[in-house]
Structures are given as structure tokens and as C-alpha cells.
Design a protein around this ligand. Structure first.
Ligand code: FMN
Length: 353
């Protein structure tokens, strides 16, 4: 059942991404500067997440493993990550913890990419021993614990009892030796969630916002009656999730993901406080449609384009993006008004200098 589900996800994910044609990132605007006094070649894209130095802020986010045919996909993703120097997360390793024959479908990433940053992945509803085994399986540099409650509820065979997950995350965080990332899978997060995670010592969060891969839509497609269609817009965008995170950014490193389409979305994420950006289905789509070489070229191109945008903003590194003014409009602004979040603070940054 789990193997079949993994294959369904690979197939349906690419269709799900075409479901939304607008993005909250389009409601955010930088202020153009005509005299940046910067040189593109002096820009750097390095960043620090969970105390680990990364050469690029890009992460190929968790997707697959766990069905025999997915070994090839993970092999290709590992080649892409290795050639471009970006981090790679494997998909949920639960399948391999239950069936040892599937371990290969994950270990291939470490074989191909022996030195690069690789993240393990499990549901947040996991036991400490499973978390340790998942890390060991691929000698992971970090562990992602995913939260996907709407997906489970729409999934016919999904979980229905979510009691005790906070305690499980806490126990795993205390027990494992690598940094723990708590991530959503496309529904976003809010201040209330950040408070809970901060209280149990979580130091890295991937906001996994709405607007890209849509797991309610995917699971609804897998239901015979397709009767959960009405809930397909559930959740917060990555932009909103980052805006919600401002009070926690000095304690927690945030990663932006969910519907990231291009380098401008990435730089807007940095302006909202993110230290890294995760992409899942856009990488899968590139790989499927254009193959390994073209995907590598595209990521190199994104790196160059990121540097171009930094230069236009008059800065040379990712951590300085947070000082640049950003205008917030549309429904994102309305959300801020309703939640009593001061969106004008973003527009006024740097004005007194
Ligand atoms: C085919 C596929 C499988 C996925 N499987 C997992 C998974 O096993 N664990 C997980 O944490 N996230 C999983 N995700 C979610 C992604 O990591 C990411 O959070 C989500 O797709 C939003 O990013 P995107 O809009 O760039 O695709 C999967 C995504 C896709 C497309």
C-alpha cells in the first residue's frame, strides 16, 4: 500500500502544481534602486542553517524513496545536488524502516553524493529509535520531521489520531545528534505553531506553505468519491508563514518552501527572514521533462540570477536581504491587518540610513 502511494504521489504531484496560477509572492514588491554600487561577482550565496554552513540556500525538498522504482529518481536527484552543491532531503524513510529491502532506494543518495548535505525524513509522529535509524541509514546531516495532518485526513488510509506528536518531536530532538527541522508539506505554519515548537527547543522550521504541491488535492484524487475537493485551498502561503514567524526569527532558522517558482520568490523569502529555500515538485518536473543535465544547468542559472537580484537590491549576501524594504499588498496585507501584524515595518526598512 505504502509503495503504491509513493508512486501515486510522484505521478499526481506534477498535476497538483498546475492547480494554482497565482502566488502570494506576487503580492510582495521590492523597491528598485538605481545606484546599487555593487559587483555581481562579489555576491555570495552561502548561508547558515542550524549552525551548518551551506554553499547555497537551495534545498531539493523531501520527495521519494520507498518503492523500488524510486531508486533511480533518488539517484538522479543526488547527482543534481552533488553537481550544484545544494542540499537534498530524501522522502519519508518509514517504508525502509519496515522493509529492509527498500533501504537501497534511500542509501543511493549517500553513495552518489558522499560529502554533500543530505537530510533524513520521517513523519513527526515517529519514535526516537526510528529517527536514529533513519539518520544512520543515509548518514544524514540533518533530520526533517514532517507535519501533514490535512493530507492524512483526506488520505483514505491515513492517520486519524494526532495526540502526542508534540511530545514525540521533543523526544526526538533531545535524542538525536543532528539538527532537527520540523517541516510542513504544503499547508504553511503560524505563530501559534511556532510558539509550541519554540517551547520544545526546535531551532529549524521549514514553513512548507500553500501554493505549490497540494496534498489535499492529490489525496482527494486518490479517493473514489473525490469528496474533499472543497478543502483544497486550506492553509497559509510560504510568504504568510514567514510573516507570521517574525517574532521567532532570532531563535529559529526558517526555511521557505511550498510554491517557490523562481529566484525572485527566493529573494522575497530571504526578505521575510528565511535562511534557505526548498523546492520539491519544480525539481521533479525539470528532471522528468528535461533530464539531469538541463536540471543542473537550470540550478546554476538560478544561482546566477539570485546574484543578479542581490546586486539590484544593492547588497552582496543573503543575510543582508532582510534589511531591504519590501512592500506587502493584496490579501497578504489583509491577513496582516486581521492578525495585527505591522506590515509597514517591512516597507520602511533602511529608510533612516
Ligand atoms: C512526489 C512528492 C513526494 C513527497 N513526499 C514527501 C515526504 O515523503 N516527506 C515530506 O516531508 N515531504 C514530502 N513531500 C513534500 C515536499 O517536501 C514539499 O514540502 C512540498 O511538495 C511543497 O513544496 P513544492 O511546492 O516545492 O513541491 C513530497 C512532495 C512531492 C512532490
Amino acid at each position: 500500500m505504502r509503495e503504491k502511494r509513493k508512486l501515486d504521489h510522484l505521478k499526481l504531484a506534477l498535476q497538483s502544481n498546475t492547480q494554482s496560477n497565482s502566488s502570494s509572492f506576487d503580492e510582495l514588491h521590492f523597491v528598485h534602486r538605481s545606484l546599487p554600487e555593487k559587483n555581481v561577482q562579489e555576491s555570495t550565496l552561502s548561508t547558515k542553517i542550524g549552525g551548518q554552513q551551506l554553499n547555497s540556500p537551495l534545498i531539493i525538498n523531501a520527495m521519494t524513496g520507498g518503492a523500488f522504482s524510486t531508486e533511480k529518481v533518488n539517484h538522479d536527484l543526488a547527482v543534481i545536488a552533488s553537481e550544484t552543491g545544494i542540499a537534498l532531503a530524501v522522502g519519508s524513510q518509514k517504508a525502509a524502516l519496515r522493509n529492509k529491502e527498500l533501504i537501497r532506494t534511500y542509501q543511493i543518495v549517500r553513495e552518489v553524493n558522499s560529502k554533500g548535505p543530505i537530510f533524513a525524513n520521517l513523519s513527526a509522529d515517529s519514535h526516537v529509535e526510528d529517527a536514529m535509524n533513519a539518520i544512520d541509514m543515509i548518514q544524514a546531516d540533518m533530520l526533517q520531521l514532517h507535519l501533514n495532518i490535512p493530507q492524512e485526513l483526506v488520505m483514505p488510509e491515513g492517520d486519524r489520531n494526532f495526540n502526542g506528536i508534540i511530545d514525540k518531536i521533543h523526544r526526538i530532538k533531545e535524542a538525536v545528534s543532528v539538527p532537527v527541522i520540523v517541516k510542513e508539506v504544503g499547508f504553511g505554519m503560524c505563530q501559534e505553531t511556532y510558539k509550541v515548537l519554540n517551547d520544545i527547543g526546535i531551532e529549524i522550521i521549514d514553513v512548507g506553505g500553500k501554493g505549490g504541491t497540494n496534498f489535499v488535492w492529490i489525496e482527494n484524487e486518490r479517493r473514489e468519491a473525490k469528496d474533499f475537493d472543497f478543502i483544497k485551498n486550506w492553509g497559509q502561503s510560504a510568504a504568510l508563514s514567514l510573516i507570521e514567524s517574525s517574532a521567532y526569527q532570532d531563535k529559529i532558522d526558517f526555511i521557505s518552501s511550498g510554491g517557490i517558482r523562481n529566484p525572485l520568490d527566493m529573494v522575497k523569502s530571504f526578505a521575510l527572514g528565511a535562511k534557505g529555500v526548498g523546492l520539491a515538485s519544480p525539481i521533479l518536473a525539470l528532471l522528468k521533462e528535461h533530464g539531469i543535465e538541463k536540471t543542473i544547468d537550470q540550478i546554476h542559472n538560478w544561482h546566477d540570477q539570485l546574484k543578479s537580484i542581490l546586486t539590484m537590491l544593492g547588497i552582496s549576501c543573503i543575510e543582508d536581504v532582510i534589511g531591504t524594504p519590501l512592500i506587502i499588498g493584496g490579501t497578504t496585507k489583509e491577513w496582516c491587518e486581521c492578525r495585527d501584524i505591522d506590515y509597514k515595518v517591512y516597507a520602511k526598512r533602511g529608510l533612516s540610513e
